[in-house]
Ligand binder design. Structure first.
Ligand SMILES: [Ca+2]
Ligand SMILES: [Ca+2]
Length: 335
C-alpha cells in the first residue's frame, strides 16, 4: 500500500493527531450484505458507554438546538483514506470506497492493532443526517459491525484511539436504487446490556402487537402492512437487529400515515441494571438524540414520539417496569 506524507495545516489539531500519513484508497470494501444479527462481538474489558456530547432532555424538540446533536468528530478529514498518526492504532483496512447498491446496511470488519478500548463510528448522510456509536473491538483487535446506511452518498468515519492519538478512517459510501426514509430511528447501548430491543409503534398501536409494532418479531424478514393496504412502499423495516451488546438496531419508514408514532426500547432479561444507551432520530431532515441511563431488565423506555406530517420529535425519559407483564417481551398496554 502506498503511503504519503500528509502536509499538516493549521486546521489539523496537532495535539490530537500528531504527525500523520494518509493511506490512499484502494479496492472497494466488501460488505456483509443484509444479515441481521451482528451477534455478540465481545469487547471484554472495554469501556462501556455511548459516545457523543450530552444533548437534549425530556421534552426536547426538533430544531431547538443550533448545535449539531451529533458533531463530526473529525471534520478536517473528508477525503477517503486512513489518517494515521505516529504511535496511533493501525488498521488493516485497504478499501475506502464502497458502492453498496440498493443495500440499506453493510457490515464492516477488520483488525486494529494498538487500540486502547473500543472504536467509534460516525456516519454522515445527505441533508445533515447522522449516526454515531461504538465499534466493539475484541482482545485480538478484531471488529465486525453491521451499520445502517442512508440513501445516496455518505461518509463513514471510523476512529481508533490510544494514548498517542486517534487514527481516522474515512470511507465514501454510495447506495443506489434506494428509498430515503422519512422516519429513521437507530438504537445503540453499552457493553453490559443484554440485550436492548427497538420498537416503532404506529398511531394507535401497542408494543409487541405484530400488526402495529415494527420490531424483531414482525419487521425483520417481513413487514406489517402499514399505510395503504397491499402497498409495501409505506411499510416499516427493521433492517439492522442485534441480540448481544452495543447494537446498533435500526428501523426505517417511508411515506408515514399521519399521526403520533412512539419509539420504545425494551431491556431484555440478562442484562445489567446499569446499562445505558441512546436512540438517534433522523426525521424530516433533523437529528435528535434521546439518551437513557440505567435501564433495568424487563423495563421499557419510551424514548420519544414522532408527529407526522410535521416531523416534530419529542424525546422522553419515561421508564415502565414491565416485569409483571413480561412474556418474551413486554405485553403491558403501552403506550
Ligand atoms: Ca435486540
Ligand atoms: Ca402498506
Amino acid at each position: 500500500m502506498k503511503r504519503f506524507s500528509l502536509l499538516l495545516t493549521a486546521a489539523v489539531p496537532l495535539a490530537l493527531f500528531g504527525a500523520c500519513t494518509i493511506e490512499a484508497p484502494s479496492d472497494p470494501v466488501s460488505t456483509g450484505g443484509s444479515g441481521n444479527d451482528t451477534g455478540d462481538t465481545g469487547g471484554a474489558g472495554n469501556e462501556a458507554g455511548a459516545p457523543g456530547k450530552d444533548v437534549g432532555g425530556a421534552g426536547g424538540e426538533t430544531g431547538s438546538d443550533p448545535e449539531p446533536q451529533i458533531p463530526d468528530p473529525a471534520p478536517e478529514y473528508s477525503e477517503p483514506g486512513a489518517y494515521v498518526c505516529d504511535g496511533c492504532p493501525e488498521s488493516d483496512r485497504e478499501s475506502f470506497v464502497l458502492d453498496a447498491g440498493p443495500a440499506t446496511s453493510a457490515r464492516f470488519t477488520g483488525i486494529v492493532t494498538g487500540i486502547d478500548g473500543d472504536g467509534t463510528y460516525y456516519l454522515r448522510g445527505p441533508g445533515g443526517a447522522a449516526l454515531e456509536g461504538i465499534v466493539p473491538v475484541d482482545d485480538e483487535g478484531s471488529y465486525s459491525i453491521e451499520l445502517p446506511l442512508f440513501c445516496g452518498q455518505q461518509l463513514l468515519k471510523l476512529l481508533w484511539t490510544n494514548a498517542s492519538g486517534t487514527t481516522v478512517e474515512v470511507v465514501n459510501i454510495t447506495t443506489e436504487d434506494c428509498v430515503e426514509a422519512d422516519i429513521r430511528v437507530t438504537l445503540s447501548w453499552d457493553a453490559v446490556g443484554r440485550d436492548w430491543e427497538l420498537h416503532l409503534i404506529k398511531p394507535g398501536g401497542r408494543i409487541n402487537d405484530d400488526a402495529t409494532d415494527c420490531t424483531w418479531t414482525s419487521c425483520i424478514s417481513s413487514s406489517p402492512d402499514w399505510g395503504v393496504e397491499g402497498d409495501p412502499s409505506d411499510d416499516p423495516h427493521k433492517d439492522v437487529d442485534n441480540t448481544g451488546a452495543y447494537g446498533p438496531e435500526n428501523i426505517w419508514l417511508a411515506k408515514p400515515e399521519p399521526g403520533i408514532y412512539t419509539v420504545m426500547v425494551e431491556h431484555w432479561a440478562a442484562g445489567d441494571p446499569t446499562s445505558s444507551g441512546q436512540v438517534i432520530f433522523n426525521v424530516a431532515g433533523e437529528v435528535v438524540v434521546a439518551r437513557m441511563e440505567n435501564l433495568a431488565p424487563y423495563n421499557v423506555w419510551t424514548a420519544g414520539t414522532i408527529e407526522w406530517p410535521s416531523g416534530k420529535v419529542t424525546i422522553h425519559d419515561d421508564v415502565y417496569d414491565c416485569s409483571e407483564d413480561w412474556s418474551g417481551g413486554c405485553y403491558a398496554e403501552l403506550p
